[in-house]
Write a protein that binds this ligand. Structure first.
Ligand SMILES: [Zn+2]
Length: 256
């Protein structure tokens, strides 16, 4: 994929997601909100009426039934979380959804297959520091979380997740910019300059907890100024472009 693209996803369906939605609408930025039916961690989830309003303007994806890490469950329980989360969400909004995000990013090949079998078209992980979509649409990576991570956390994640040379450019920019605002804008500028993909993700509860609202506003204004509307896409649109990209086509041909 050679065109510079921006996408943003928001996890957990907290009522404060509506505040992010207002901000994104102001800058004409599409987004994908991943919603669990309920949150076993005790956080509230958007009511159906608010969810339906959100679905008029943004992509809605599933984040399981109860927001439970799939790797902590039996296969049967994981399947129920995946399939029932999809059915409940579709019943609430009244139409089929395409996307799924793994709670806490926890998943393995069995879960990826389950998500595909359940009828999802793609799934997002929390793997970070990627500036490309990769080849597996059931393991869609991200670039960076809008969260004030300490350098040692980034360093630990960098080595834990592997693909070090591929992730090095984004890692270096993160390590050189301690402030989340500088980190995200510099990463974004680099991705656009290199015709890559920039995938930002966040939780609205973190924005509230760490007082990041004004920073997200600045970032969104920056993105809106530096991109054309067609460069700003939902996660689903990104995966559609990914499957139609020459690189993906070539690899499909190899297996044909
Ligand atoms: Zn989550």
């Amino acid at each position: 994929m050679k065109s510079a693209l921006f996408t943003i996803s928001i996890d957990d369906g907290h009522p404060l997601d509506l505040k992010i939605a207002e901000l994104l609408k102001r800058y004409d930025i599409p987004a994908t909100f991943y919603i669990p039916h309920q949150n076993s961690e005790g956080h509230p989830v958007l009511h159906t009426s608010a969810l339906c309003e959100l679905a008029k303007h943004f992509e809605i994806g599933s984040h399981t039934l109860d927001h439970k890490a799939l790797t902590h469950l039996t296969d049967k329980q994981a399947w129920e979380q995946i399939i029932k989360g999809k059915q409940e969400l579709e019943d609430r909004i009244g139409f089929a959804i395409q996307g799924f995000s793994y709670p806490l990013g926890e998943q393995n090949p069995v879960h990826r297959k389950m998500v595909q079998t359940a009828g999802f078209h793609y799934a997002r992980t929390t793997n970070n520091l990627h500036l490309q979509t990769g080849d597996d649409c059931y393991a869609l990576p991200t670039t960076v979380q809008f969260f004030p991570h300490q350098r040692q956390v980034l360093l630990r994640n960098y080595f834990k997740q592997g693909e070090l040379s591929q992730r090095y450019p984004a890692f270096k920019i993160c390590m050189n910019n301690a402030c989340i605002l500088d980190r995200v804008t510099h990463l974004f500028d680099y991705a656009m300059h290199e015709h890559q993909v920039f995938h930002l993700w966040c939780h609205s509860l973190d924005l509230e907890k760490y007082n990041l609202w004004s920073m997200l506003d600045i970032v969104c204004r920056h993105i809106a100024e530096k991109t054309q509307p067609e460069q700003r896409v939902t996660n689903f649109k990104l995966t559609q472009l990914m499957s139609s990209s020459p690189k993906s086509h070539e690899s499909n041909t190899e297996f044909a």
